[in-house]
Design a protein around this ligand. Sequence first.
Ligand SMILES: *Cc1c(COP(=O)(O)O)cnc(C)c1O
Length: 426
Amino acid sequence: MSDYRIETKCVQGGYTPGNGEPRQIPIIQSTTFKYATSEDMGKLFDLEASGYFYTRLQNPTNDSVAAKICELEGGTAAMLTSSGQAASFYSVFNIASCGDHVVSSSTIYGGTYNLFAVTMKKMGIEFTFVSPDCTEEELNAAFQPNTKAVFGETIANPALTVLDIEKFAKVAHAHGVPLIIDNTFATPVGCRPFEWGADIVTHSTTKYMDGHGAAVGGCIVDSGKFDWMAHADKFPGLCTPDDSYHGITYAERFGKEGAFITKATAQLMRDFGSIQSPQNAFYLNLGLESLHVRMKRHCENGLAIAKFLEANDKIDWVTYPGLESDKYYSLAQKYLPNGSCGVVSFGVKGGRKAAEEFMKKLKLIAIETHVADARSCCLHPASATHRQMNDAELEACGITANLVRLSCGLENAEDLIADIQQALGE
Ligand SMILES: *Cc1c(COP(=O)(O)O)cnc(C)c1O
């Protein structure tokens, strides 16, 4: 599939049926797998043969869908997780443990911020949050001897900042650590972070990839480029024998291409079990088959509505990386030349109250804790996803109290604009 263009990979990647086999990816709804001898199964446990033994760790349906996402991102190995949160957690916890440190962009998804700043902190992992707009010097200054990774989002949810991936990758590599990019909002149709130096990509597949609000899920993809052995002192979990897994040294046995995902499967999936159900993986694949078609429309609707809002005098400000007036326009032109996403943030004049009033009057656009599916929806982060944050923390994430996050679906843009107009009292 690697010779084909991204649209073709969306439709046919990851799964090639043999003669007389199902055209659609089969849902292998089985917890376990049968073997003729104990020796056969023993080889699987020793990771000497590849195959399946228990769906808490791996399932063939999931692996076909993960293989498609791997092809879309241009990686070497991938795994599905039960949610985007699980993907974010695994991506960091696979290489950082108690006593370690991670540098993260401050404009990240609220759930990820909480995972890092509160829950993983309790596990003894410290995070330093930096502005996505920081200079190389400021980014350098955030590193410590125990720093194990750098994390950021291509397009941040909901702040809509665009990360200078090349700059972050360059600094991360100068310190001998990988750059992990959450590519949920851009999707590989819009941006492939590996082409700009990122090492690991994560997704909440719940968003555009599924695209229909049907199945929660996540994915981790490895570029296969980061040389763990060259920094073996920093990554003992990959570069020294794993006593909990028959003394395997992942980076030796599976190389740059396979070590990260094999360890995350053999160790983290085994112990935490945050696997996606095969049924959900099937739904995810249906979404992926039209991802390239849908992203084009999401981006067109996003731009049309951002332009309408920008010209409306009841609107205080609009943030959309595709607007020429946007602070991130030039970065978006570089990293997202075919369109950014369908999510637009704006402030309604009159502050928090006016924003809440406006949202109440919408008819077609629903209030939901969700983004990035076929139906348009909106949210007031300060009173929903980010409500555990104080004003200073909100500000650091690029969020104001009157921010409305609007996720433009696949409807007719003129109908969406008419709904916004009536809700503004026009
Ligand atoms: C939604 C989201 C997540 C979390 O994903 P879930 O599937 O809801 O667990 C992580 N990152 C980003 C950018 C998101 O939008």
